[in-house]
Design a protein around this ligand. Structure first.
Ligand code: NAD
Ligand code: UGA
Length: 455
C-alpha cells in the first residue's frame, strides 16, 4: 500500500486528504500537524473546521486509511508522497512586510523532510506559494549527503471554503506541475494516478512547475478582480439609481463574461484573495514590473474602499452619528457555510463602527468563537448572540454581512416590532426581499440599488 503524508491539517490539508482517503482506499493517508489540539479535534466528533459533508467522509475513513498524528518524524520516514499544506500568510516584518509571503513554516517543513527522510520521496506543494518556490525547496532538500532523491511537484488547491467537499469531489480541473526530466515525469504520473481514481483524466492538467505555481496566484487574482470590478460598479449604481443586480445579469449573460463571481457585496474576505494578490504584486515589483504590480494592487484597494463606503453610508443614513446606537451584525464569517473569519469584511466593518462608538451585537450560526477572538480589543462595546431575534432586539439597525441562507427566511415582522424606530436594514449581500421589508416598515439600504425609505 502506497503511503501518503500531508503536513498541515488545516482548511486545505484536512478536507483534501479526507477525500483522497475516501476515493483511494488502496492508499494509506496520514496527516500531521504541530498543533496538538487540531489533531485531537480531527479525531473527535468536534472537527476543527466546519465544512458541509466533511464529517461523514472523515467518519467513514478515520482509522481505516486516514490517520491524524503529531508524529511528524515517524510519518515523514514512512511516506512515499508528501503533500505540504502549511500556512503561507503575508509577511508582517522585514523586507516585503505587508505583501510578500511569509515562508518560515514552509522552509521549516522542507528542513524536517530532509532531516527525517531515509528513502526517495515525491514532495508536493499544496500550499499557495510565490513562483519559483519549488526551486528553493529543491535546494534545501538536495543539500543533504544521503543520496536521497526528492522530486518536487506543484499541485495547487482550488477548493473554496463552504463547498470544499463538492469542489474536491468534482473539481473543474486538477493542476500538476513538474519538471520535464525523467524523474519529474515519473513523479507527475504518480500524482495523476491518485487523482484519476475519481477525476476524469481530461480534467487533470499537467504543466511546468512555474506555470503551475503562477496559475494558482493568477486564478485567485482573476476571481477577486471580478468582485472588485462589480463592487466598483455598485458605487456607480448607488450614485445613479442603476441596479447592480440588473447590471450583473445583463453583462453575465454574455458568454464571454459569464455570470459567476458578479455578486456585489461588502467586499471579499477569506484567508487567500488578499494575501495571494499582494504576493503577486510583490513578485511583479521584484521583477521590476511596477505597472503590472499597480494594476493588481488596485483590486485590493477597491475592496478596502467598498468596506469603508458601506460604513460611511450607514453613518450618513443614521443621521450622521452611531454613537451609543445598537447595531445588530448578522453574519461574521467571510462567506456562508463556513465558520472561518480570516480577513472577513465583517472585521473591518465592525472595527470602523466601534471606532464611531456604536454598540454592536454580533450574530453568526458558525463563526461566533472566531468573532470573539477577532473583536477581543472591544469587549465592552460588543455582545455576541447566536439567536438573530435576540441579536436584533432593541437595535436601531441591522446589517447583513454574510449571505447565510437562514437570514433570508427570518420573521422580519417580528424583528421590526422589536427594533427602535426608524428601523434600518443595510443588506451588505443583497440577499433579502427589499420590497417586502420596505412594506413592513424598514428603511432598506441594499448595495448598488436605490434605497427604499420612509424618511
Ligand atoms: P491553515 O492555517 O488552516 O492550516 C495550516 C496548518 O499547517 C496549521 O494547522 C498549522 O499548525 C500547520 N503547520 C504549520 N507549520 C507546520 C509544520 N512545520 N509542521 C506541521 N504542521 C504545520 O491553512 P489553510 O487554510 O489550510 O491553507 C494552507 C495553504 O493552502 C495556504 O498556502 C493557502 O494559501 C492554501 N489554500 C487555502 C485554501 C483555503 O480555502 N483555506 C484554498 C486553497 C489554497
Ligand atoms: C477562493 C477561491 O474561490 C478558491 O478557488 C481558492 O482555492 C481559495 O480562494 C483559496 O485559494 O483560498 P474562498 O476564499 O474559500 O475561495 O471563497 P470564495 O467563494 O472565492 O469567496 C471569497 C470571498 O468573495 C467571500 O468573502 C465571498 O463572499 C466573496 N464573493 C464571492 C463576493 O463578494 N461576490 C461574489 O460574487 C463571489
Amino acid at each position: 500500500m502506497k503511503n501518503i503524508l500531508c503536513i498541515g491539517a488545516g482548511y486545505v490539508g484536512g478536507p483534501t486528504m479526507a477525500v483522497i482517503a475516501k476515493m483511494c482506499p488502496d492508499y494509506e493517508v496520514n496527516i500531521v500537524d504541530i498543533n496538538e489540539d487540531r489533531i485531537q479535534r480531527w479525531q473527535s466528533d468536534d472537527l476543527p473546521i466546519y465544512e458541509p459533508g466533511l464529517k461523514s467522509i472523515v467518519r467513514e475513513t478515520l482509522n481505516k486509511n486516514l490517520f491524524f498524528s503529531t508524529d511528524i518524524a515517524g510519518n515523514i520516514k514512512k511516506a512515499d508522497i508528501i503533500f505540504v499544506s502549511v500556512n503561507t500568510p503575508t509577511k508582517t516584518f522585514g523586507i516585503g512586510a505587508g505583501k510578500a509571503a511569509d515562508l518560515q513554516y514552509w522552509e521549516k517543513t522542507a528542513r524536517q523532510i530532509l532531516e527525517y527522510s531515509d528513502s526517495d520521496k515525491i514532495v508536493v506543494e499544496k500550499s499557495t506559494l510565490p513562483v519559483r518556490t519549488a526551486q528553493a525547496m529543491e535546494r534545501i532538500l538536495n543539500s543533504g549527503d544521503e543520496g536521497i532523491h526528492f522530486e518536487v511537484l506543484s499541485n495547487p488547491e482550488f477548493l473554496a471554503e463552504g463547498t470544499a467537499i463538492k469542489d474536491l469531489l468534482n473539481p473543474d480541473r486538477v493542476l500538476i506541475g513538474g519538471h520535464g526530466t525523467e524523474t519529474g515525469r515519473k513523479a507527475v504520473a504518480e500524482l495523476v494516478k491518485i487523482y484519476t481514481h475519481w477525476v476524469d483524466s481530461e480534467r487533470v492538467l499537467t504543466a511546468n512547475l512555474w506555470s503551475s505555481e503562477l496559475s494558482k496566484l493568477v486564478a485567485n487574482a482573476f476571481l477577486a478582480q471580478r468582485i472588485s470590478s462589480i463592487n466598483s460598479v455598485s458605487a456607480i449604481c448607488d450614485a445613479t439609481e442603476a441596479d447592480v443586480s440588473e447590471v450583473s445579469r445583463a453583462i453575465g449573460m454574455d458568454s464571454r463574461i459569464g455570470k459567476k463571481f458578479l455578486q456585489a457585496s461588502v467586499g471579499f474576505g477569506g484567508s487567500c484573495f488578499k494575501k495571494d494578490i499582494l504576493n503577486l504584486v510583490y513578485l511583479c515589483d521584484h521583477y521590476g514590473l511596477h505597472d503590472v504590480a499597480n494594476y493588481w494592487e488596485q483590486v485590493v484597494l477597491m475592496n478596502q474602499y467598498q468596506k469603508t463606503r458601506f460604513v460611511a453610508r450607514m453613518i450618513a443614513t443614521m443621521f450622521n452619528t452611531v454613537v451609543d446606537k445598537r447595531i445588530a451584525i448578522l453574519g461574521f464569517a467571510f462567506k456562508a457555510d463556513t465558520g472561518d473569519t480570516r480577513e472577513s469584511p465583517a472585521i473591518d466593518i465592525c472595527h470602523q463602527l466601534l471606532d464611531e462608538h456604536a454598540c454592536l451585537t454580533v450574530s453568526d450560526p458558525q463563526a461566533l468563537d472566531n468573532a470573539k477572538r477577532d473583536l477581543a480589543d472591544y469587549q465592552d462595546l460588543v455582545t455576541f448572540e447566536v439567536d438573530p431575534y435576540l441579536a436584533t432586539e432593541n437595535s436601531h439597525a441591522l446589517a447583513i454581512l454574510t449571505e447565510w441562507e437562514e437570514y433570508i427566511n427570518l420573521d422580519y415582522n417580528r424583528i421590526y416590532a422589536s427594533m427602535v424606530k426608524p428601523a434600518f436594514i443595510f443588506d451588505g449581500r443583497n440577499i433579502l426581499d427589499h420590497d417586502q421589508l420596505f412594506t413592513i416598515g424598514f428603511n432598506v439600504y441594499p448595495i448598488g440599488k436605490p434605497p427604499l425609505t420612509h424618511i
